[in-house]
Design a protein around this ligand. Structure first.
Ligand code: 5RP
Length: 224
């Protein structure tokens, strides 16, 4: 088993009969969705909601039923990946462009579990560029404002086209550098009209499962 597979399968330990479960997005959650599908085939009864169209399609292709978020009033447990995480359980997410839905789903979840391999574990955030979802209307002005604030924005392009999110918006990646000032960046972004959501997920998880060569390590966030 590779490290992503290891943590994806380990995360099903958090899922019990009767739960409403949030499916994150990405190549690590891919294994969690496979693990859930196997459990469901063996009789596990859960309701599922998703953070992206990609995860809905994967789940459906494995025979799972995925509900619309409006059909549930809360979520018991959500399992998602991260792009980087520091010692204070602050993470950067959105490498897969799903940050907005991921943040909404995390916000209404009782227990958020992040799964990742040890390469994501960092002393300080910033090695990974910070994704921000912005409105397409007036986007060049939004980007100009970001530049004026020294946020080094780069509009995300995929296959030679501007990437469009599941919410029909754009993603800008901020090249902030290692050890950037989290509070300062958060404040600057909150003052820019056109910014819809950013990929800073600060202290939002209760548990982490880190994949290491010695096996999965469960980390509890006692401040939650
Ligand atoms: C998508 C995300 C993912 O959770 C994050 O990019 C990690 O993905 P992966 O498990 O493929 O490394 O935030 O928006």
């Amino acid at each position: 088993m590779n490290l992503k597979e290891q943590v994806g399968y380990k995360a099903v330990d958090f899922v019990k009969d009767g739960m409403i479960v949030g499916l994150g997005t990405g190549s690590t959650v891919y294994y969690f969705i496979h693990a859930i599908a196997e459990k469901v085939k063996n009789g596990l009864k859960v309701e599922l909601v998703s953070t992206s169209i990609q995860s809905i399609e994967l789940a459906k292709s494995l025979g799972l039923v995925v509900k619309n978020l409006e059909e549930v009033d809360r979520i018991d447990v959500t399992v998602d990946g991260v792009d980087e995480i520091d010692k204070n359980f602050n993470a950067i997410k959105g490498g897969g462009a799903a940050l907005f839905r991921e943040k909404i789903v995390a916000d209404i979840t009782d227990t958020v579990v992040w799964i990742y391999d040890e390469t994501k574990d960092v002393e300080k955030l910033g090695g990974f560029n910070l994704p921000v979802e912005i409105l397409p209307f007036g986007y060049s002005h939004t980007i100009r404002k970001m530049k004026e604030q020294g946020l080094n924005p780069v509009l995300r392009i995929k296959d030679n086209e501007v990437l469009i999110t599941d919410n029909n918006n754009y993603i800008v990646d901020l090249h902030l550098g290692y050890g950037f000032d989290i509070e300062d960046v958060k404040n600057k972004l909150s003052n820019i009209v056109g910014v819809l959501e950013h990929g800073l997920f600060l202290n939002m998880c209760k548990y982490c499962i880190k994949g290491t060569s010695e096996g999965p390590v469960l980390i509890t966030n006692y401040s939650k």
